[in-house]
Design a protein around this ligand. Structure first.
Ligand code: BTN
Length: 256
């Protein structure tokens, strides 16, 4: 696999510092630590070849198989429109950048977004996004993409739900090229998020793979079932339920 070219990432993208680890617990945890230490050269990227305790949303773990791409971006929250409180929009913004980067590599597969933070290719999860807002005006966007890892090495419970670029294409993909493309797109979409949030939501809506599907969403202690009508202009999930059209800003889709 080609080595990561850190110089190129700093030269060609908005990332101003890259911290590369061979092994770490979680790049999001390390980004939290750097924020607490007062990191001010932002956006900072923390990237790792292996995570021993990669985190997903809620209590989920993230499998960082050997060859996969796992990184976190630490931002000044002013760069990101989190003030309107619509966290799904930040995840969706990152999801857009991931989908646009991956789609050309998978011309024979449907690639899209499952609200709020999954990138799906050929019906299986290819990437996940974990956004965390920290006290002190800092936001982390953590992204894990199954690139050059193989499902043959994955925990058994992931076999029915996940996939990797290597398995879908039979070829290895250059992490530096993926990152340069993804970060450029992310930079552009974050500007749009600040200036015109509904435009980001509309682009995510166009890529939403859940539309028309019957979904069950677990939100707090509540479980709601309905047919997905896509993504609202403020980033909410739209479900047509027995009680009418309802909007959701958080939750986990447990059944689809
Ligand atoms: C999810 O699908 O639930 C989100 C997964 C996010 C995984 C990435 S990998 C890089 C970063 N570090 C972590 O510990 N998690 C995120």
């Amino acid at each position: 696999m080609s080595p990561l070219v850190i110089d190129r990432i700093v030269r060609e993208t908005f990332v101003v510092e890259v911290e590369h680890h061979i092994e770490i617990t979680s790049t999001n945890d390390r980004a939290v630590q750097r924020a607490k230490q007062g990191a001010n050269k932002l956006p900072l990227m923390v990237i790792a070849d292996r995570q021993t305790a990669g985190r997903g949303r809620g209590s989920n773990r993230w499998w960082t198989g050997s060859g996969s791409l796992a990184f976190s971006l630490l931002f000044d929250s002013k760069t990101i429109d989190t003030n309107n409180g619509s966290m799904p929009l930040v995840s969706l913004t990152a999801g857009l950048a991931v989908v646009e980067t991956i789609k050309p590599l998978l011309p024979n597969h449907e690639v899209g977004i499952n609200w709020p933070n999954d990138v799906v290719a050929g019906g299986h999860k290819l990437a996940g996004i974990l956004v965390e807002v920290l006290p002190g005006q800092k936001t982390i966007i953590g992204i894990g993409i199954n690139t050059n890892n193989a499902m043959a090495d994955a925990p058994a419970e992931l076999l029915p739900i996940a996939t990797t670029l290597l398995d879908l294409t039979g070829a290895e993909h250059d992490h530096t090229a993926i990152l340069v493309s993804l970060l450029s797109r992310l930079e552009r979409h974050l500007v749009t998020l600040k200036q015109d949030p509904p435009q980001v939501a509309a682009q995510a809506d166009a890529l939403c793979l859940q539309r028309g599907k019957n979904l069950t969403l677990q939100t707090g202690s509540q479980s709601v079932t309905g047919v997905c009508s896509g993504i609202a202009p403020d980033g909410a999930l739209l479900l047509e339920t027995a009680y009418g059209l309802r909007t959701f800003y958080s939750g986990v889709v447990v059944l689809s």
